[in-house]
Design a protein around this ligand. Structure first.
Ligand code: SAH
Length: 355
């Protein structure tokens, strides 16, 4: 394939300091960065031409170097419970999903970090077609902005962000961190670190790196099993990064940041949902500053896992509680529009249209 033109980067990939450096190179005063961020994140314009307090020359240089429109809304579905699922098209034709969840305490946006995923968890829909490509930081930022634009219509605000859509965030590390810094920046979307949560399947070296970033962001780990044998059956990544090493890394994280972590534990009928598993789980996380979030498995047609009964879920929860574990059961949202955990999938439109 012949590349005709290299894609311009998204303007949303620029952190505030990077934009200041770009302005300096273009002999423009630093304060313009504040004006540009204001147009992008507070006024949420859709073209450089709308940035009327900048000179025409500067607007032209910006549009020569950057893209401002990065996502096109292909579909927007709304669930009975208010959950909204967007299907966005990227500039190269791939598409991704973003979900807005409405809670009584605010609205949270669940963002995607990659087109597809290469981690291969046996229960997850996002990994079915493999990994197509990483998202740019700006393509992740733009998902939150698009969600905010849609909430602008009803006078509501994005109050929290969860990095739990398609993809493994730590498999796209630098853009992820840039995205986090931009949405957290008070000159950007100003979403407080404690209102941002990221989840990983357990890429250990990146857990150490992330601990050293010293961000006050909530951190979740997809654990899903109390023993390394069961975890390897559910998540092939456990063969590369074993459970004991994962627990060491998590321990390092809690000590370094002083923050507790969340363990996501999907209940898969007969596989990891028995009383003995609850006991083993309590042993495994003993003494760790943590919280366990039980996720009743969501149906994915290509995967045949059995849902654990309500009764068994409560039994499992009770054992953990009796052992002093801080535990909650995840509330499900957006089921009728396939927007629940693990149900998002990258649509392979690009391949389809190429024939
Ligand atoms: N790749 C990251 C981010 C995904 S977050 C990670 O693995 O943590 C989405 C959460 O939903 C993860 O905990 C994932 O393991 C879980 N999940 C995936 N498929 C699921 C399913 N069918 N039912 C319930 N949870 C699922």
């Amino acid at each position: 394939m012949i590349e005709t033109e290299t894609e311009k980067p998204s303007i949303f990939s620029l952190q505030f300091s990077t934009l200041e450096a770009w302005l300096k190179d273009h002999k423009e005063p630093k304060f313009r960065a504040g004006q540009i961020f204001d147009w992008l994140y507070k006024k949420r314009v859709t073209s450089f031409d709308e940035m009327t307090n900048l000179s025409k020359d500067l607007r032209e240089s910006l549009s020569n170097d950057f893209r401002l429109t990065t996502l096109k809304t292909l579909t927007k579905q709304e669930s009975k419970d208010g959950t909204i699922k967007f299907l966005f098209e990227l500039s190269d034709g791939y598409s991704i999903e973003t979900v807005v969840m409405r809670h009584d305490y605010g609205n949270s946006v669940c963002v995607t970090t990659q087109v597809g995923c290469r981690i291969g968890c046996t229960f997850c829909a996002s990994t079915l077609g493999g990994l197509k490509r990483n998202l740019e930081a700006g393509e992740i930022v733009a998902q939150v902005l698009q969600a905010q634009r849609s909430l602008d219509e009803v006078g509501e605000r994005v109050s929290s962000v969860v990095v739990m859509g398609i993809g493994e965030p730590f498999d796209n590390y630098e853009p992820l961190v840039s995205f986090l810094k931009t949405i957290n920046d008070e000159k950007g979307l100003n979403i407080g670190a404690r209102h941002i949560t990221i989840s990983t399947s357990g890429i250990i070296p990146k857990i150490y790196d992330f601990a050293n970033e010293k961000l006050q962001i909530n951190f979740a780990i997809s654990l899903h099993a109390p023993t390394t044998e069961i975890r390897s059956k559910l998540m092939p990544i456990n063969k590369a990064y074993s459970l004991d090493k994962l627990m060491e890394a998590v321990n390092y994280y809690t000590e370094k940041t002083g923050r507790r972590v969340t363990f996501e534990y999907g209940l898969f009928g007969g596989v990891n949902d028995q009383e003995e598993h609850a006991e083993q789980l309590a042993d495994l996380i003993k003494g760790l500053k943590c919280h366990v979030n039980l996720i009743p498995v969501n149906d994915v047609v290509e995967r045949n896992f059995v849902r654990t009964s309500r009764n068994q879920i409560f039994k499992f929860e009770k054992i953990l509680k009796n052992r002093g574990v801080n535990v909650t059961i995840r509330r499900e949202q957006g089921h009728d529009i396939d927007a629940a955990c693990g149900q998002l999938r990258a649509k392979e439109r690009k391949e389809e249209t190429r024939g």
